[in-house]
Design a protein around this ligand. Structure first.
Ligand code: NAI
Ligand code: MG
Length: 356
């Protein structure tokens, strides 16, 4: 019997609601499979912890997480704590401290879910966005001088390193190579940003030589939003910087029907540290406590986690169950249904138990 230790950090807002649903589904999968088990330990870190202790997680937080096989993360963000404190206090230190440099965001239109795109149905939009997750515009470099004075300056410096760009590019080419269409689009803004972004383009061309069977092209990020909206079928695997991919993947989630179905995985491909799996969405104050948060993104990221742990069969079973439940119209209000988080979760567990 294989055993995996999972650290659950539900954190804020709807985070606890969707993580509870996700853990129930994971346990049902393990039970159904019978050849692996999951030991889930909960960490109460987040904004409530911050209000009590002045920090989002304890100083030895990363050391506590290190022995786990994976981290299952809800969302951070509270109306009465500044967003840069919640984000830089918990999620980013884990991503950066564990060098989870590949942020992987699959998007598909699931059966039963309507895309806001008039002519797009299941099969027309099937993408994986690879987001550089360790540097770029979110490296934290910069500062403020002359605070509060008329001559105040704020700088936000994007850092691109040859090592950082090469490794994310290789990851993206490898992922594209493993998908049926073997198609990669490299996104930059190398017309206006003429240093780091030009280096991206050059490194993409170099790495491409290692993958002669992958077809690749380049897009500027602004034009990319147009292509995603008007020609979704023309895209497959996409790689972009931390900021660009952050924005493009919210668009991707919306085009697939809702942010509530969009998952993400923060991967350390070298497996030196635990990787972290989470829905893309935030803590959604507007629906917190109403029992209607869409748990599909959190289920999908659980499938990414199982895949990463080597439990591909269980991952596939989970996605089949999710698709069956969506196709049956058991949907939360954000995707046009009337079901609660609980009802969707129970239906997915039912589909897992019933599946061959
Ligand atoms: P959000 O993702 O929390 O919500 C945006 C909209 O999508 C809201 O109308 C919300 O109700 C809806 N939505 C999101 N997830 C949903 C789900 N599972 N089911 C149904 N509807 C869903 O983004 P927002 O409102 O910009 O930010 C709220 C807080 O979350 C802020 O404090 C922000 O900093 C934080 N945040 C945290 C993230 C993280 O922890 N990774 C990511 C994005 C935002
Ligand atoms: Mg985002």
């Amino acid at each position: 019997m294989r055993q995996y230790k999972i650290a659950a950090i539900p954190a804020d807002g709807i985070g606890p609601e969707v993580i509870e649903a996700g853990v129930a589904v994971l346990q049902a999968l393990a039970q159904r499979a019978g050849n692996f088990s999951l030991v889930v330990e909960n960490f109460d870190w987040g904004s409530d912890y911050y209000k009590k202790h002045g920090v989002m997680m304890p100083a030895d937080g990363l050391a506590q997480l290190k022995p786990f096989d994976a981290i299952y993360f809800g969302a951070v963000g509270a109306p009465d704590v500044p967003d840069h404190i919640t984000l830089w206090g918990l999620r980013l230190p884990i991503c950066q401290g564990f060098d989870q440099y590949a942020n992987v965001r699959p998007t598909r239109i699931l059966p039963g879910i309507a895309s806001p795109l008039r002519n797009a149905g299941p099969g027309d939009l099937d993408w994986v966005i690879v987001r550089e997750n360790s540097e770029g515009e979110y490296s934290g470099h910069g500062g403020r001088a002359h605070k509060g004075l008329p001559e105040e300056v704020g700088t936000e410096v994007a850092i691109f390193t040859r090592v950082g760009v090469t490794r994310i590019m290789r990851y993206a080419f490898r992922l594209a190579q493993a998908r049926p269409r073997k198609l990669l689009t490299v996104v930059t803004k190398s017309n206006a940003q003429r240093h780091g972004m030009v280096m991206w383009d050059e490194i993409a061309a170099e790495v491409a030589k290692e993958f002669p069977d992958v077809t690749w092209d380049k897009m500027l990020v602004d034009a990319m939003t147009v292509r995603m909206t008007l020609k979704p079928q023309s895209l497959d695997t996409i790689v972009a910087t931390n900021l660009h991919a952050d924005i493009l993947s919210d668009l991707a989630g919306a085009l697939a029907g809702s942010l509530g179905v969009a998952p993400t995985a923060n991967i350390d491909p070298e497996r030196r540290f635990p990787s972290m799996f989470e829905p893309i969405h935030g803590s959604a104050f507007d629906i917190t406590g109403k029992g209607i948060a869409n748990p599909v993104a959190t289920f999908w990221t659980a499938a990414q986690m199982l895949e990463h742990l080597g439990e591909g069969a269980a991952a596939a079973r989970l996605m089949t169950a999710v698709e069956q439940v969506c196709a049956a119209g058991i949907l939360t209000p954000d995707v046009g249904g009337k079901a609660t988080t609980r009802e969707v979760t129970d239906a997915v567990i039912g589909a897992i138990r019933g599946a061959n």
